[in-house]
Design a protein around this ligand. Sequence first.
Ligand SMILES: [Zn+2]
Length: 454
Amino acid sequence: MKKIIPVLFIYLIIVSLSSCVRKEKVEVDLLLLNATIVDVLNNQLVFDQFIAIEDNTIFSVGPMNKKPDYDFKESLDLQGKYTMPGLWDNHVHFRGGTDLIAENQDLLGLFPKFGVTTVRDAGGDVTPAVMGWNEKINNGELVGPYIFTSGPKLDGPKPAWAGSITIENEENIEKALDSLQSINVDYVKIYDGSLSKENFYSIIEATEKRGMKVTGHMPMSADFKKAVSLGMDGSEHMYYVMKACSPKADSLTELGLGYGMMETITDTYDEQTARELFTELAQKEVYITPTLYIGKVLSQLADEDHSSDSLLNRIGVGIQETYAGRIESAKKAKVSGSQMREKVSTLAKEMIRPMFDAEVPILAGSDCGPFNSFVYPGEALWGELFSLTEAGLSPAEALKTSMIYGPAFFGMEDEYGSLEKGKVADIIILKENPLKDIKNLRSLERVILKGQLN
Ligand SMILES: [Zn+2]
């Protein structure tokens, strides 16, 4: 008996120790094997990797020969394939009023078909619907990209777009920002339909005080550098940056020409002025969204036949009707002999390389949505990335403007932008290497949206 007790004791110690060593196998939802990871930030490929995904998050990543022995619900062998974070379209619209909500919603699935897993909605008139979609997208009831939204735009007494909030004085601004904060928008979008330059500046100051991000159009009567000094976080399209690159800007502003000054602005573009401005934009982290692709589409609208566009039949009848306005104004511009769009388009392209070299954070945004004729969800972001490489960026640099600077605008680099432990599992799988040729995006095979294989 005396001997049995110590033996039993030792046996129990051994049993409990071994159960400690033989840990429970970890089970993950999805296990990707033999992946070649596209490291966009460093312009390199990382071979033979595993990616374990649990729920909507990347649980772990590493070389295949160090892969823990996971249990998994589903696995995918990615031998010979290229994986990278999902694309961001940093300028889209959902709009057209209650009647077009369903048609807008029908297009959400198009984004992931082109690898776009996140979009930045730059303002519209169907905000409650957008918020509702996001909830459904988040819990997997609806297939679409996650939507960061500005909610309704802020504009002057005669807003250019339906659903905008009218700003005529400081009191309006505080009320508008209260209401935007109450619905938890991700940032503020300014429009210049009829907004005064004083109210434009005041909006920027007020958002700065509240710690809200602000970007948008700028009244052509305003001064771009002043807006930057007040804390403007971004600028949409190239008109306003361009204006600040012309030594003629002040005298043209005094003439009250509005966009009528753009042709002269492009004619008087000064590289030295531009360089100094770009350095400042980089220092102050002002995000510029060039929207080159829509610029090209709109500048060719009067001549181009879009009737056989492959995605046109995916666009609802109601949204197709909204295309008429831009077609009409393109025809008028052609008759009047205006070269404005072509000139702005050409110069915008030339400004990309120097802006990028100065480290200005450039955002890839397509401006797709109702009213923006023939600029289709998903495909248009590819168009923007192709345009950025045509403007001189390498494929890795162009991709950076999508899924690296996109999250950076919102200060969310820790959640997005690479395939690393703890990041959101928005992943795309391609057959060909996108760093070699950006058009290899066309070899897109699968999309993982928040951990869900599509
Ligand atoms: Zn827009």
